[in-house]
Design a protein around this ligand. Structure first.
Ligand code: EPU
Length: 441
């Protein structure tokens, strides 16, 4: 398993380009299952989860051509398998996004029920209840969810009131409803920009979806969908992570190819703690620190509030801020795994259930630490960048799932970060750094 070795203490300087949003790319790839025609997606991030999702589509019988690194041409004309197996779902929960499209187009689907994960229990009961409202019969068999559309194989439009805001639940129901007979209304739908991006693709494919970006989405079912071309939106969480990277190292970064209006709450929060964020144009930010950082409380909530996917990075930043910051995580019940690793680097963090209190500023020192999930890994990288001495982060496969070549991007703006590979004979990816050091362990 690869590790990162970071020698901290260098201010980042330069410009960095943001990749496509992983959490938009995943549902858009699944949406290609809704049609026999080709769906072409541009600006996919070169991240592990995208490769896993591609594998899932291919296992189902789709063909995926990659004319360029970040473009996929997906054709699902000949789907032969209607199942997302445990092997895939256990590595990537977003495989459950195959359920809605398969059920809608073929009237049947089987997906392994994802278990808990590092950030919480993460059930999919709301997805399943929604499918039942659309007329599907849903059973649990041997750890798998088996869903079937009514007799004629077509779902029926319905009113779905989500008890809780769910991002992939909204996406699954949206996709299922595009081919249902009649109208579906989703109440308390997620408003994340990734939902709007998916709706834009679906409408290009011929779907009739209105209200995306609001809590009420209406879908008028159609008989069939066609092919389309679509460019994935920039990753707002990667953008936020690089803003924090500039601030935590007291550097200056120009962040290109981003969409600042997708992270208004993050930008506001970071400005309030003392980060200078200038919008140079609609897709470019300049980030500097200027003053000392001030602690400020934050609570994670669904969009447009402060995202849970930025909580860990914000916690790393708060270790460098003056005062006490109370961080309340309301979306997932167990998303503070990074706190104990940050403590090993010298951070003062007190945990009480879903509340973490960070007291700063503290001088962090490099230490061996363990990445537990994607965003936790990002927070450890950020802490490593500002810590004195060397930090070794283990299990960086977590970060590879969702960030495109983070170490390459960081190195280009002055960070001293290397990927340590398991063995000299292990295949190196095409971005392998010339300074990548081999580990004997
Ligand atoms: N929930 C239920 N029942 C359900 C669905 C969700 O109780 O049927 C609960 C969850 O347990 C959680 C809350 O509702 O407490 C919100 O979960 P949600 O369904 O919105 O999360 P998700 O769709 O599984 C997506 C992102 C996550 C991101 C969350 C919240 C993708 C592929 N994943 O997950 O991204 O944290 O929304 O914004 O879109 C990441 O990128 O690091 C990541 C974890």
């Amino acid at each position: 398993m690869d590790k990162f070795l970071i020698s901290g203490g260098r201010a980042l300087n330069g410009s960095v380009a943001i990749s496509g949003a992983k959490n938009s790319a995943l549902p858009c790839m699944a949406a290609a299952l809704l049609t026999a025609e080709t769906v072409t997606l541009h600006n996919l991030p070169y991240a592990r989860d995208i490769i896993t999702q591609r594998r899932l589509l291919e296992d189902l019988g789709a063909t995926v051509l990659t004319p360029e690194l970040r473009t996929h041409k997906i054709n699902a004309a000949h789907i032969e398998v209607f199942e997302a197996p445990y092997e895939l779902v256990k590595t990537m929960r977003a495989s459950v996004l195959a359920l809605g499209p398969l059920l809608a187009r073929f009237g049947k689907a089987k997906v392994s029920l994802p278990g808990g994960c590092a950030i919480g229990t993460r059930p999919i009961d709301l997805h399943l209840k929604g499918f039942e409202l659309l007329g599907a019969e849903v059973r649990l068999e041997g750890g798998n969810v088996v869903a079937r559309a009514p007799q004629d194989g077509r779902l029926i439009g319905a009113i779905v009131n989500f008890e809780k805001v769910t991002v992939t639940g909204t996406e699954n129901l949206l996709m299922a409803a595009t081919l249902a007979r009649g109208k579906t209304v989703l109440h308390n739908a997620a408003c994340e920009p990734e939902i709007s991006d998916l709706c834009e693709l679906l409408n290009r494919m011929g779907a009739r979806v209105r209200g995306s970006g609001t809590p009420t989405i209406e879908i008028e079912g159609v008989e069939a969908l066609g092919g389309a071309q679509h460019t994935i939106i920039p990753d707002r969480i990667e953008t936020g992570t690089f803003i924090v990277a500039a601030a935590i190292t007291d550097g200056e970064l120009i962040i290109k190819d981003c969409q600042p209006e997708h992270l208004t709450s993050v930008i506001e929060q970071l400005r309030e703690v003392g980060v200078n964020i200038e919008e140079l144009n609609q897709s470019t930010l300049r980030v500097t620190r200027g003053t000392a950082l001030r602690a400020k409380n934050v609570t994670t909530e669904p969009h447009p509030k402060f995202p849970t996917d930025m909580q860990a990075q914000y916690m790393a930043l708060m270790t460098q801020a003056e005062g006490e910051a109370i961080i309340t995580e309301t979306v997932f019940e167990n998303r503070f795994m990074h706190a104990s690793e940050l403590q090993r680097m010298g951070a003062q963090i007190h945990l009480n259930g879903r509340i973490a209190t960070v007291t700063g500023p503290t001088k962090l020192t490099g230490a061996p630490v363990l990445a537990s999930d994607l965003r936790a890994s990002a927070s450890l990288v950020l802490a490593g960048l500002v810590a004195q001495g060397e930090t070794v982060i283990e299990r960086v496969y977590h970060i590879d799932r969702g960030y495109e070549r983070i170490e390459t991007k960081l190195r280009a703006v002055g960070a001293n970060i290397q990927r340590l590979r398991e063995s000299v004979t292990a295949p190196l990816s095409e971005d392998a750094a010339p300074d990548a050091t081999a580990l004997a362990s």
